[in-house]
Design a protein around this ligand. Sequence first.
Ligand SMILES: [Zn+2]
Ligand SMILES: [Zn+2]
Length: 167
Amino acid sequence: MRLDLKKFFSGGAEPETVRCTVDLSEVELDGEKPFVSPVEVEAEIRTAAEGVAFLAKTRYVTEQACARCLRTVRREESKAFSHLLVREDEEDLPEDCVAVGGDVLDLDELIYTDVLLSAPAKVLCREDCKGLCPKCGRNLNDGPCGCETGETDPRLAALRELIDETD
Ligand SMILES: [Zn+2]
Ligand SMILES: [Zn+2]
């Protein structure tokens, strides 16, 4: 969606709320397409002292593989993003502002950038996910598999002693 901001830049316009959805279903992150639902956007736009204030509340669902056990992690996100929009040809641009060319804001592009920048580098199904057994591949969150993984490895045993000592 493209928004004409001219009246907000000129001042005197009433604040407006814009609702739309942004489809990120084809966007890939680490070989996955995590944005399984459209991003629902409710954006508030108002004239501000140095430009146009933009506040967007977003809601969307992501599905990504747990970085340790590969189980699908479904998350319902609700995030807010705010920006000061300024005219592109403005001199002395304030820091952290978004420059808008021709008074027209590409809302989809801004939301795309906000959502991607806020995406976590990796997701875990839970903080203490035990991951997969390196020997048999069993998901260790479901219980021990019975493999003797590393328990008899002398190097690991030595390491474990070291860790115990420093506790
Ligand atoms: Zn996991
Ligand atoms: Zn195993």
